[in-house]
Design a protein. Sequence first.
Length: 560
Amino acid sequence: MPLDNPNIANPVLVTSPLSKLYHWEQHHPEQHYMTQPVANAEERTYTWAQTAEQARKVAAKLKGFGYEPGTRIAILAKNTADWIITDLGIMMAGYVSVPIFATAGSDTISYVLDHAQCPLMFIGKLDSTDAIKEVLAKKDLVSVNFPFPDLPGAHEWDDFINVEPMQESPVPDMNDIMTIIYTSGSTGQPKGVVHTYQSICWAAQNSLNALTVTDQDRIMSYLPLAHITERVLVELASFYSGMTLRFVESLDTFTRDVKACQPTLFISVPRLWTKFQMGVLGKIPQKKLNFLLSIPFVGKKVAAKIREEMGLGAARLWASGSAPLAPATIEWFTRIGVNISEGWGMTENSAYGTSSVPFRKDKIGSIGRAYDGVDLRIASDGEIQVKSPCNMIGYYKDQEKTSGVFTNDGYLRTGDKGEIDAEGYVRITGRLKDIFKTEKGKYVTPAPIEAKIMENPIVEQVCVTGTNLPQPIALLVLSEDARRQNKDEISASLSATLASVNAKLESHQKLDRIVVFSQEWSIENDLLTPTLKVKRHVIEERFKSVILGDYDDKIVWHHE
C-alpha cells in the first residue's frame, strides 16, 4: 500500500528495532531482558539471546506459510514476553503487526481481522475468551496460542515454534510499513493508523534522550501493548536502550509485581493514579496524612514509606497520559515525592507530541512542551496541530480520512484545542468534537469543567454534557471508597463542589445538577475505551433518558 508521508522533509537517521536486537544478541547475549510472572509465583526470564532465538523461530515458522511480504499478522493478548517476541518475529519475517486490544469485543475483533485481511492471529492472556471463541467459530484463519492455559487457538506455542530458528538477520527498509494500529474507537469503528519503521521508531529512538533512558532502567509493561504509548515508550524504547521489562501476572498481583520490578520509570493513566491515591487514603485519612507530612524529618520518612508500599521507591520518573490528570491529584502526589509529568500524543503521531519532563510544579496542568523535532502550532480555531517525522503515513484503506486529517502544509489535525504560553508549555482546553451547544445556542467546552469537578477526590469519573439542555449537567461516578460512605456526607461534598465550580463559570456554562451513577463506567460495559477514556457519545446515547429527565434536586442519585 504505497502512501507518501507528507511530514518528512529530511528524514532523521533511525536504526531498525531488528538491528538493535542483533546488537544485543551479539554483544550482550546473557544480559537479562524480560521477566514474565506465571502461576504459583513462578517466573519465566529471558536474556537477549533467548529472546532473539524465540523471535527467529517465530519468523521461520511464519515464513513457512508462504505469505506475501507485508502480510498483516494479528496479536490479541495482554502484555507478556511472548507478545514482544512475536512482534520481533513478525518484523523478521517481513510482515506487518496488527495488535488488537485484549478487551475488544467480537465485533471489533472481526472488523479488524477483515479490514486488515489477517490470515493468522496470535492469542494470549485474556480476561475472557468468549469474544475470540465467537470469532474463531465463524472465521477461517490460523490461530496460535501463547503458552498460557485454556486458550482457544488451534496451535500451541511450543509446537508452533518447534522449528529451526531463522539463521539470517534481515533488516527492513525503514520506509516499509511496520505496524497498523487500530485506534481504540471512542467514536465509531476504529481506524487503522499506518506507521512505517521510520515514523514510529523515530519517536522511540528520540524518547531515550527526552526521558534519559539507559540500559540501567527498569519498567513495568502493563498498559496495553496494542496502544501506541506502551508500544513506543516501553517496547520499542527497550530495544534502543536495553532496559529491562517486567510484566504483570494478574490484576490481583499488580502491587506485588510492581514491588518485584522496582521500576525506575513508571508510566500510568489518570484512573490508575487516582486508584493509587485512594489506596493510600484508605489506610491513612487525609487529615492524618497532612499532619504527618508537615512534621520535619517524619514527613520525609512517611512519604518514602508510602512510595515503597506502592512499589515506586526506586522510581526517578513518573508519567501520566491518555487523558488529563486533575492538577489537584498531581499536587497531592508531589507531597509524597511523586512528581508526575504529563505528556500528550496520539496514535497518529506515535504518542510523541509534548512532555513535561523535567517536572515543574509551576507548570502543573499543562501537557509540557513539544519534543525536539516536533513542530507544534495553534490554529486559528484553537486546534493543536503538529508536524514531525513520527506522524503516521495515513489511515489504512482510507485516503479520504487521511487527506482530511492533514492540512495542506502537512500538519496533523489533532482535534484537541489548546493554548501555548511564552515558554512553549501547552494546555489542552478541550476537544473540538466534544464542544456542545445548549438549548440557548451557547457553546460549552466540557474538559475544563470536568477537570474542576475532578479536584474533589471522591469523584473518580465524570462527563459533562448538555446538548439542547437549558444548562449543562455533570454525570459522575464516585471512587470505590466514597461509594461506601454516608450518602448525606457525599451529597454535601458534591453540593459544595457544584457551588465552587459554578462560581467560576460564565452563566451559560453553569451546571444545573450533578447525576451520580452507582455503577462504574468500564471497558466491559463499553463506557470506557481500552485506554480508559470516557466514551462520551456512548454515555450520552445510553443514558439519554437520564440526561433529559426533569429533577428538582441538584444532586441526583441514579441507580441502574
